[in-house]
Each structure stands twice: as C-alpha cells, then as structure tokens.
Design a protein around this ligand. Structure first.
Ligand code: G1P
Length: 298
C-alpha cells in the first residue's frame, strides 16, 4: 500500500498585479467567489482528498490569509449568543487547528518551483505531497485532487492534472509530451513550461494540481533557471521523467476556471452563483434579462 498523501503546499506568494487596485490591500486569494474566498475552494478540495496538513508559501502583505484561518472569537461569541447555528457551521470550516496549518515565506519571487522548494523542511524525506494553485478553481462532482489521489493509488509516481486547451493558448501553460495515452490518463515523456505554439509537444496543458514525489525537492535544490528566468516546477517534474520515468497526467472530470485572470474570475462567479440553490433562480433571471437586453440593443 502506498503511503497516503496528507500534506499539501499552497503557493500564495504572488503579488496579484492583474487584480490591482484590489490587491493593493487584500491578497488575491482572499477575493471572493460568491461568498467564499478563493483560497477556501482549494482548502475544501484538499480536505476532501484526505489532506490533513496545509502549508502556505506566502510573502509580505499576506497576513489577511493567516487571520482568515484563525479562530474569530468575537464573531463566534456574537453568533452563539444569537443562536445562528448555520453561520457557525460555515465559520467552522474556515478554522484550522493550530499545527494543521503552517506558513513559510518565499522571500524573493523566483518562480513556482522555488515557492514549492521553500516548503521542503516541512515535509519528510520519503513523503509524497500535493501542490494546489488556488488560481485554478475546479468545479467537479468529485473534487479534482480526490480524483488524482485515486489515480495515484494505481500509478504511484508523480501526477499532474491536465486538460486539452486550444493550440493558441498553450504558451500560458506547462505542456505534456505524451508517451502513451490511456484515455483518462496519459504517461508523459516530457514536459515543457510555456512553449511557443510551434514548439509545443501537444495541447495537453497542466492545470494547477500536482501529486509529487519527494525527489522533486532534490531537483529544485539545484535551482536551475528555466522559462521566464524563473525556477520552474515544470522543469523539476520533467527531470523526474528522465530520472524515474514516472510522470502521469490525469484528464480530470470537471470544469476549470482560471481565476488568475479577470475574465476567468467573472466566469467562475457566474458558474458558482448559478450552482447555488439559494441564488440560482434570481441570478439566472437576471442573467437572462442582461442577455436579452444586449441582443435587443444589437
Ligand atoms: C503555472 C505553472 C504552469 C501551469 C499553470 C496552471 O503557471 O507554471 O505550468 O500550467 O500554473 O495554471 P502560471 O499560471 O502561474 O504562470
């Protein structure tokens, strides 16, 4: 039996400049989709997949994230006094036991690979771990990381979430070079970070969910500079293909929203709003009206 994956790294050190001016005073990960901050979606997904320890790689100006996962005694007392059980339940999901959550600072923006490496001392030498990029929000019947954990039971090794993207979008992603296509998952023979369209080995893009072997940290330790002058996680995973030939891509079932972009964030807001039983009817009436008005104006 493979050892369970119980630790996850959440790289959240980015400045979020694409969301300025909002991110001047709040971390991007605290921005809300309906009524939950972005980070809560990633945490809920990780919990559903069996993750018990959460490691945040942060930077200066991200203290709102630490407060968010802390106990909130004043709000708590107020809700208790008023008997608001439903809200207390919602709040309970946001509080972590002390020791369940850890924060490490990435002192310099040196890339995703470097951010992951910053968490190395909080992992054991023989322990596989998950990485979740909270910008990628995935709506799925079975949470994406859980699908990956189940696939991992079969394959072992390293697994990345993957999906087909249009060829003219490949330069925004890590891209898989496929050795063998088994349908729901593929075996990789290479992986390239943000290739030009003409150099891309496929249109299978890596989405921000990973289950990785500890050896990745040894490779990241070499601090090799890759695409964009940064230390890339993609390059360390590609090295694992060379060293151990054990990298797989899982075509997850679900819809992914790129909440690192304004348009993706808006799309996610609409999709998650429509999926909420308490909002769906009123919100979809509104959207229908908006569309009808636009069409009438054209
Ligand atoms: C990162 C990774 C890239 C991956 C992408 C998924 O890029 O470096 O390999 O495809 O996340 O969202 P970023 O979007 O941070 O530039």
């Amino acid at each position: 039996m493979k050892r369970k994956v119980t630790k996850a790294i959440f790289p959240v050190a980015g400045l979020g400049t694409r969301f300025l001016p909002a991110t001047k005073s709040i971390p991007k990960e605290i921005m809300t989709l309906v009524d939950r901050p972005l980070i809560q979606y990633a945490i809920d997904e990780a919990r559903a997949a069996g993750i018990e320890e959460f490691i945040f790689v942060t930077s200066r100006g991200k203290s709102a994230l630490e407060d968010y996962f802390d106990a909130a005694p004043v709000i708590h007392a107020e809700l208790e006094a008023k008997g608001k059980k439903d809200l207390l339940e919602i709040l309970a999901k946001t509080t972590m036991d002390s020791g369940q959550i850890a924060y490490v600072r990435q002192q310099k923006a040196m890339g995703l690979g470097h951010a992951v490496w910053c968490a190395r001392r909080l992992l054991q030498d023989d322990e596989a771990f998950a990485v979740l990029l909270p910008d990628d929000v995935i709506a799925a019947e079975k949470p994406c990381l859980q699908q990956m954990v189940e696939a991992y039971e079969e394959t072992g090794g390293n697994i990345v979430a993957t999906m087909e993207v249009p060829m003219d979008k490949v330069s925004s992603y890590g891209v898989l070079d496929v050795a063998e296509d088994m349908g729901s998952f593929v075996k990789a023979k290479g992986m390239v970070e943000k290739p030009k369209k003409e150099d891309a080995p496929s249109n299978l893009a890596v989405i921000g969910r990973y289950i990785l072997q500890p050896e990745i940290m040894d490779t990241l330790n070499q601090k090799k500079i890759g695409a964009g002058g940064e230390i890339q996680l993609t390059d360390a995973i590609a090295q694992e293909i060379v060293n151990s030939d054990n990298v797989y891509g899982l075509r997850f079932r679900g819809q992914r929203f790129d909440c690192g972009s304004k348009s993706g964030f808006l799309q996610a807001t609409v999709a998650f709003g429509l999926a909420r039983p308490d909002l769906a009817a009123e919100f979809s009436d509104f959207l229908n009206d908006v569309v009808a008005m636009r069409q009438a104006a054209e």
